[in-house]
Design a binder for this molecule. Structure first.
Ligand SMILES: Cc1cc2nc3c(=O)[nH]c(=O)nc-3n(C[C@H](O)[C@H](O)[C@H](O)COP(=O)(O)OP(=O)(O)OC[C@H]3O[C@@H](n4cnc5c(N)ncnc54)[C@H](O)[C@@H]3O)c2cc1C
Length: 395
């Protein structure tokens, strides 16, 4: 474990806009203003349901983007890959706030030599999960009984989702209740066991911030993380104090409870575990035959780096007798060792194939078998390493 602090921005405007103590915004602004970074990627808020990844060197844009958008499940990896494809950006130092799945995608792309990880400062954000914006709109109407367009703010606190209306009125509902009704977090997030981004340079969150404290809990994980914190501190952008034993203990306890919940979700969402092998095969064929070979899942996939050289091209034509196209079969095999379970593929699938579940069903078992989690630090033991599985369990 890295050194842990409670940190907060000295600028009151940043603290007011920020999700917690404003450490993330203050550290990024300090890095831009003192030459540690050339640019920063932030998610610019359009409204509660939409945020736009934006690359900027303007500190004021970073400040405007403070705060957490829980219903913006964009993965930033491909955005960063595209940024570095432009010759004029080669060698630029950038920093960005990353959920664990963003960090894992970026590390996987660095392994595929699409990025130089030494140029990228990953400011990790703990993540209990994201919501799909359309699902949140529906929940606002059906569960909260309000007009989705009247929601001006959303916030997650102590296991509840709060929605604030234009009038200032605040409504709340437990996330557990929302999920019982079919709303709440995306399936990929429910199943995700990577809640603290220990593969990033810093891991920031509110777990471990005790009642009455207005701060961001920060774990420093690498030299780059230390440089960001030191630069902000020495130039007066933040204040810090070391995290107490109590803070550390609370953070660990919440994280463990969230991981346990994710494992329970995985059990619940495993749609095929009670089926025989033939029935399982039938399930895969029947869901995947809906595929229209549009390729959207490949385009958004943060770990896919094949571009035009991809082997998983559509092979569906008049002469193709297969009930499911080779496109999906190749993707399943290709992603078995590298799927990070981010759910981007399912979000964009126009025919609603449960791709998160199907890919996890294959990849999770393979990764267990290999004792390997993609996008993690090499030194880190996957949490599931003790599991014993037979190859035939994979299907
Ligand atoms: C979807 C989500 C879920 C989270 N869940 C938890 C949790 O369960 N437990 C916990 O301890 N912490 C969680 N966090 C982290 C927490 O909300 C704060 O981001 C963190 O404590 C840093 O606070 P801050 O005041 O220093 O950040 P700020 O100074 O407010 O900066 C936050 C930065 O995050 C960026 N950002 C906002 N939304 C997104 C997004 N959807 N994707 C990528 N970047 C984004 C903004 O551009 C901004 O630069 C979550 C964050 C997100 C985005």
């Amino acid at each position: 474990m890295g050194t842990c602090y409670l940190a907060w921005a000295t600028d009151e405007k940043i603290r007011r806009r920020a999700a917690n103590g404003g450490f993330v915004t203050a550290a990024l602004v300090a890095a831009l203003e003192n030459g540690l970074l050339d640019a920063v990627v932030v998610v610019k808020k359009e409204d509660v349901y939409e945020g736009i990844p934006t690359v900027t060197s303007a500190p004021e844009v970073v400040v405007e983007s403070a705060g957490s958008l829980h219903a913006v499940p964009v993965n930033l990896t491909k955005f960063v890959v595209e940024f570095y494809k432009d010759e004029k950006n080669k060698g630029k130092k950038i920093g960005l706030p990353v959920k664990p799945c963003d960090a894992r995608g970026i590390i996987e792309q660095a392994k595929r030599q699409q990025l130089d990880i030494n140029d990228i400062y990953l400011v990790g954000l703990n993540c209990g999960g994201t919501l799909h914006p359309l699902n949140l709109r529906e929940a606002a109407a059906e569960v909260y009984g309000i007009d989705p367009d009247a929601v001006v703010k959303e916030e997650i606190k102590a296991g509840k989702l709060f929605l604030t209306l234009q009038s200032g009125e605040e409504r709340e509902c437990k996330i557990e209740e929302l999920e019982k009704k079919g709303y709440g977090r995306r399936d990929s997030c429910k199943m995700c066991i990577t809640k603290i981004p220990t593969m990033a340079d810093l891991a920031c969150g509110n777990w471990g911030v005790l009642k009455g404290e207005e701060a961001t809990f920060v774990e420093v994980l690498t030299g780059k993380g230390e440089a960001l914190l030191k630069n902000a501190l020495e130039n007066g952008y933040i204040k810090v104090k070391e995290a107490s034993e109590k803070s550390l203990e609370v953070r660990e306890r919440i994280k463990n409870a969230m991981v346990k919940l994710a494992e329970e979700w995985w059990e619940k969402l495993d749609a095929v575990k009670e089926l025989t092998r033939d029935e399982r095969l039938k399930f895969y064929v029947e869901t995947l035959r809906l595929c229209i070979n549009c390729g959207a899942c490949r385009t958004v996939c943060p770990v896919c780096a094949c571009d035009d050289a991809a082997k998983c091209v559509s092979m569906h034509d008049e002469r193709d007798d297969y009930v499911i196209s080779m496109y999906n079969v190749i993707r399943l095999l290709h992603l078995m060792d590298s799927c990070i379970g981010c759910g981007q593929c399912e979000d964009v699938c126009p025919v609603d194939i449960p791709l998160t579940f199907i890919h996890r069903r294959f990849a999770e078992r393979m990764q267990r078998k290999l004792n390997y989690m993609p996008g993690m630090n090499v030194s880190e033991k996957p949490p599931f390493y003790e599991a014993e599985l037979q190859w035939h369990d994979i299907l």
